[in-house]
Design a protein around this ligand. Structure first.
Ligand code: ADP
Ligand code: ASP
Ligand code: MG
Length: 439
């Protein structure tokens, strides 16, 4: 069974929802359709949650009312039949009643996670009612019944497989299954999520769990581009990517894919196709285990990086020094992205600065600690690019006027990473576009 995921903009307008109903019924193959929340909804829910934490009840109430108004007009436009409008309104009202109830409750993290889940719960209901109105047979299945993350927030594919297979078996013949992206349960059985943009991850986890022939990610652009199209003017869609290339790009900031979304597909060798909902005939990007010749494929950028330098004369010739440094990051469950060392200092980067203060306190036992925030990792990706000498020359030429804080080369065959101050990000991406893609 194929897995198809439609992102926020693909379901964000009534005519788009009608359009994807046509797309998924073009062939009779059974499929699982994963939906995001309507575009803008999760952002609003995040904002409502922030206001509830700050006890800005009036502001939160206003934001909820804005959402209510948006959904009322969406429902009025989507359906043609009064009965469908009524069923959809009743279903959506339950969600808004829950949200309004939060205005007078003691708000906490658990309720915030429940709040964040409302977007996908609502979009899937709206879509199911629409399919029903159109006489298209489908079954809505709740991700909360099979999508699960453990104590370390890692999804458990064996568990997902067991639960989901059971649900699919019970509903044999349904043909089209509709389900929510992004939302899941955690090890305590509470509602949780796979982090922002997590619907892509839902789709590949499902694909891996049911051994799908393919996972399709339908979005608002014709595939993975060679550079960030929000920043660089001339970019183009890449036809083919290997899993290694795609996972580097996703992890290092290409927003079209959730950072973790490629590993389940790679582990279970399920091809992933990126497609444009508005241009279904465009080829898009095909991600598989096929590795092409040595070539730069794309550049991506990941913001919000903190660089930490530990300077210590004791590092000189001391074995075990790095282990002690790494242990501190492990103690605070903080992953390290880049690392570079010299005889007397080591610099590394993290993207989760939640425990920065404690990490710094512990690192100070080893030497002088200097922290630079607002850094960006620029990542240049392509199969075996580190084996092509002229690539590094081109990269350095592009970086001529940009101060480089760190560089990582040779860590993998697919990736060259450069750390710059975020204020130089746009210029760096544009220069790299000129020098390495000649556009
Ligand atoms: P969805 O809501 O469908 O999940 P997203 O907004 O999460 O869509 O992802 C698609 C967007 O990702 C595109 O509109 C584009 O602006 C942005 N993007 C950033 N980098 C890239 C890239 N390298 N290739 C394609 N799109 C990218
Ligand atoms: N709705 C969620 C978000 O906006 C998940 C997703 O769209 O992938 O982050
Ligand atoms: Mg997305």
């Amino acid at each position: 069974m194929k897995t198809l995921k439609f992102g926020g903009t693909s379901v964000g307008k009534p005519e788009r929802m009608r359009h994807i109903a046509r797309l998924i019924t073009q062939d009779p193959d059974p499929k699982i359709v994963v939906l995001s929340a309507l575009s803008g909804t999760t952002n609003s829910l995040v904002e409502i949650g922030e206001n509830l934490f700050k006890k800005e009840i009036e502001k939160a109430g206003k934001l909820i009312q804005d959402l209510v108004d948006h959904y009322i007009s969406f429902i009025n436009e989507l359906y043609t039949d009064e009965r469908s409008r009524e069923s959809a309104s009743n279903a959506i009202n339950e969600h808004f009643n829950f949200m309004k109830g939060l205005l007078s409750s003691f708000f906490n993290k658990r309720l915030n996670n429940e709040l964040l889940a409302q977007g996908e719960l609502m979009s899937t209901k709206l879509f199911s009612f629409y399919l029903e109105e159109q006489g298209i047979h489908s079954r809505l299945i709740s991700a909360l019944d099979y999508m699960y993350i453990d104590e370390d927030k890692e999804p458990d594919i064996a568990f997902i497989n067991e639960k989901l297979s059971g649900i699919l078996d019970q509903n044999k013949g349904a043909g089209i299954f509709i389900t929510q992206g992004y939302i899941c349960r955690n090890h305590e059985g509470e509602i949780d999520n796979l982090q922002r943009g997590g619907s892509d991850y839902t789709a590949t986890l499902i694909g891996a769990a049911i051994d799908a022939p393919e996972v399709q990610i339908w979005t608002d652009i014709d595939g993975m581009h060679n550079n960030d199209p929000r920043i660089v003017e001339k970019t183009y869609a890449i036809s083919n990517l290997s899993f290694n290339e795609a996972s580097e790009l996703a992890y290092f900031g290409a927003k079209i894919l959730h950072p973790s979304s490629i590993w389940p597909a790679q582990k279970y060798n399920i091809p992933v196709r990126l497609k444009n909902t508005m241009q279904p005939d465009a080829y898009g990007t095909f991600i598989s285990d096929i590795e092409e010749e040595k070539k730069i494929k794309a550049v991506a950028a990941k913001d919000g990086i903190t660089a930490i330098k530990i300077k210590s004369s004791r590092m000189l010739m001391a074995y075990g020094f790095l282990r002690k440094i790494f242990q501190i990051f492990e103690n605070y469950r903080t992953p390290i992205d880049m690392i570079s060392t010299s005889e007397v200092a080591v610099s590394l980067t993290i993207d989760d600065a939640t425990n920065l203060k404690s990490i710094m306190d512990d690192l100070e036992d080893f030497g002088e600690v200097v922290v630079d925030d607002n850094q960006t990792i620029i990542c240049i990706v392509g199969n075996k690019i580190v084996e092509k000498e002229e690539i590094l020359q081109k990269v350095f030429r592009a970086m001529e006027n940009v101060p480089v804080r760190m560089i990582s080369y040779g860590g993998s065959r697919y990736n060259i990473s450069i750390l710059v101050d975020t204020k130089f990000k746009n210029e760096t991406l544009k220069e790299l576009n000129k020098h390495i893609f000649d556009i």
